[in-house]
Design a protein around this ligand. Sequence first.
Ligand code: TXA
Ligand code: MG
Length: 320
Amino acid sequence: MSIISSDISKAIALLSTEELVAIPTETVYGLAGNIFSEKAIKSIFQTKKRPFFNPLIVHIPSVDLLPTIVSYIPEKAERLADAFWPGPLTLVLPKQSTIPDIITAGKDTVAVRIPNHPTTLELLNQLDFPLAAPSANPFGSISPTTAEHVNDYFKDDIKMVLDGGPCQRGIESTIIGFEGDKPIIYRLGSTSIEAIETIVGPINIKNKTEIAPDAPGMLDRHYAPSTLTVLADDISEAIQKYSDKRIGVLAFSKPSDHDAVAFQIVLSESTDLQEAASKLYDALHQLDKQDLDIIIAERFPDIELGKSINDRLQRATVRA
Ligand code: TXA
Ligand code: MG
C-alpha cells in the first residue's frame, strides 16, 4: 500500500501521536514532526541520518505565533517577514527558552518560516504545535519536490506523505540570520538576493563551509546525485572531453545534438529561471536513474534565481 495520501485528518492524527509525516511546501517536501516531541524530533534525525549538530527549521502558520518561537525581532526581520511570508524565506533569530535544544542543535537561535502551500497551511492551522521539518531526503542527497520522490526515499521508514503535488518553487528557502540587527544571508534559496535587497538594502552572504557551519545546507557536497556530476561553463566542450562516456546533460535552455549524449533535460526553453528552479531537483532525480557514466550540468546566468541554482549545482558537482 502506498504511503502517499492527501488526507489531512490522517496527517493530524499521526503528528499528534508523535509520528512523522512528510509535508508539501512551495520549496521542497519536508519531513515533519511536533517540535515539542523528543521522540518525533529524534526520529527525524535518525530517518534522515542527519548529524545532530545540524539544526531544524520551525514551521508556523501565522506571524502572530512568531513571538512564541523567538525572543527578539529586529526591525529588518519584521520587514522581511511582512514582504515574504508566507513564502520561501527562513529567519534565524534568538530563540524562546521553550524551544527544545535538539531543534536548534544547542544554539541560542532558531530558524523559522511560514511556508506558502495551502495544504500545509491548513494542516498547521489545525495543529496546536509547530512543525520541525528538514527537507525529506537522506542527509546529503537531492531534496524531494514530489510526493513520489519522498516515497522512493522513505516508504519503509515513515507512515505517510501528505500529497500536495509538485513543489512550485523547487529550491529550499533562503535563510537570513542577524549579526546584531544586520541581516546576513546564510543560504541562497528561492527568494532572490535582488528581491531581499529591495526590502533591506545591500546584504552580505556568509557562504562558509566548515565542520559545524552556521547553516549546514552550506556543506560542500550536498544536494548530490549518486552519478558523477560535473558543472560546465561550456556544455559542448565538456561533452567533447567525456565523449567516450555515457553522458547525461542538464541544460538551461538549449538541447545538445552530440551523439555521446544518451539522455538530456532542458529546464526552460524560454530561459525562465523560476521554471528552471522548479524543475531542477526532479531533473537530477531523473538523470540519476539513467545508468549514466556522467552528468554534465550547465552553469546558469549569475543573476536572481540563477545564483541559487548555481549554488545547488556547485554542491551537487565537481568542476568539469
Ligand atoms: O525550504 C526549506 O527551507 C525546507 C522546507 C521543508 O521548509 N527545509 C529545509 O530544511 O531546507 P533543511 O533542514 O534541509 O535545511 C535547514 C537549514 C540547515 O542548513 C540548517 O543548518 C539551517 O537551516 N538552520 C537551522 N537552524 C539554524 C540556526 N539556528 N542557525 C543557522 N542555521 C540554521
Ligand atoms: Mg536539506
